[in-house]
Design a protein around this ligand. Sequence first.
Ligand SMILES: Cc1ncc(COP(=O)(O)O)c(C=O)c1O
Length: 409
Amino acid sequence: MTAMSLDIDRVRSRYPALREGYAHFDGAAGTLVAARAATAIADVTGGAVANKSSAFAAGRRALAIVADARSAIADLLGAVPEGVVFGQSATALTYLVARTLAEGWPPGDDIVVSRLDHDANVRPWVQAAGRVGATVRWAEFDPDTGALPVEQYHDLVGPRTRVVAVTGASNAIGTMPDVAAIAAIARAAGAMTYVDGVHRTPHEPVDLAELGADFYVTSAYKWSGPHLATCVADPMLWEGLRPEKLVPSPDAVPERFEYGTLSFELLAGVTGAVDHIATLLTDGVPAPEPGSDRRARVLESMAAVRAYEHRLFTTLLAGLAEIPGVSICPAPAAGCPTVAFRVGDQHPGQTAEILGDEGICVFAGDYYAYEYFQAMGLRESGGAVRASIYHYTTSGEVDRLVDAVKRCR
Ligand SMILES: Cc1ncc(COP(=O)(O)O)c(C=O)c1O
C-alpha cells in the first residue's frame, strides 16, 4: 500500500452499519454514518451538554461544540470558521440565502440557474426571483454528453445578473461543471456564484478559493455525518446580508443566519465526520489537530478517495455498458462516481426493488434532479436507477451489482 491509497478493510471497519451486509450504492442519497461521528453524537446526548453559556461547564461544552464544528467545516472546505453557517438542510439554507439576497433586487435584475442542478439549487432562486420580478435565465446541459458547457454563461450573465446558481456536481449523473470558469464569468459581471456542493463534497477535495464560489452549501449526511448542512461564505459577505430574524437573537455573523437553538449533538457528529475523513489514511489516533494539519490531511484523504472511487467507477461503467439492454445516461468521464441507467424498458423502480431484494441498495426516480430528467424526457416514465460509489464500496460489491443487473432483464 502506498502512503496515499486507501486501506479498504480499515476504512470499512469504521462503518458499524456495514455489518448488516448490504451493498450500499445509495450514497448519493445519504451515506452510512462513520463510527467517529456516531460516537461523537452519542457522547453529547449521553453527557451533560446544556444550551450555550459561559457560566457553567455544560454550557461551555455547547459553546465548544459549535466552535469545533465551524472549524471542522473550515478545514473540510478551505473556509474560515467565522463564515460557516449551519442549518437543517442544504434546501433550507438555500431558501434562506435566496430569500435574503433577493430582497434587495429591483425588478428587471436577473439570475442564472441550471437544468443540471438538484431542485434545491433551482426552485429557491426561481421563487425568490418571482417574488421581486427578476428574470430567470437557464443554463442548459448537453443531453448527448451530460456536460454543462461554460461558453453559454457568457451570453447568460449580464450587467444585471445578481446570482449564478450552479451545481458543484450533478447528483444524477455526476457531471462536475467547470465551476471556477463559471464563477469567473459571474464575478466579471458583478454577480455572485452560489454553488451546490452537496454531491461534490463526498467525492472531491474542495477548496472554496479555487472554485471561486461566493457561497458553497453541503450536507454532512452525504459524507458520513449526520443530517445537518452548512452554507459557507466570506464573513464580510454574510455581514452585508440582513435575514429575517428574532429581535433578541444574535446579530453577529454567522449566528445571525442560524434559526433557534442549534443541534449540538449533530454538530459534534459533523466534527466527527470531518475527523473521520482527515484520518482515512491513518490509524485514526490521535485525532487530527484543527487548522492546517487537519486541512492538509483532509486534502490528502480526499485525493486518495477520488483515486479509489474512480478506479471502481471505471469498472462499474464498463460492466454496465456490456450488459445488453442497459442504457446509461451520458456523462463526462471526469465527474463524480455516480451513474444513472435503465435496464431495457423495465421501470427503474422495479429494477431498484429487484436489486434491493438481493441486498443491493440503489435509488430510482428523479432524486429531485427534476429539470434534468424533465429535459431528458425520462421523468414521467420513472427517471432512472442511480448507483453511486463511495469510499467504503468494494470491487466485490461492484461485481455483485453488475451481476445482479444482468439478472434484472
Ligand atoms: C446535489 C444535491 N443538492 C441538494 C440536495 C438537498 O440536500 P438537503 O437534503 O440537505 O436539503 C441534495 C440531496 O439529495 C443533492 O443531492
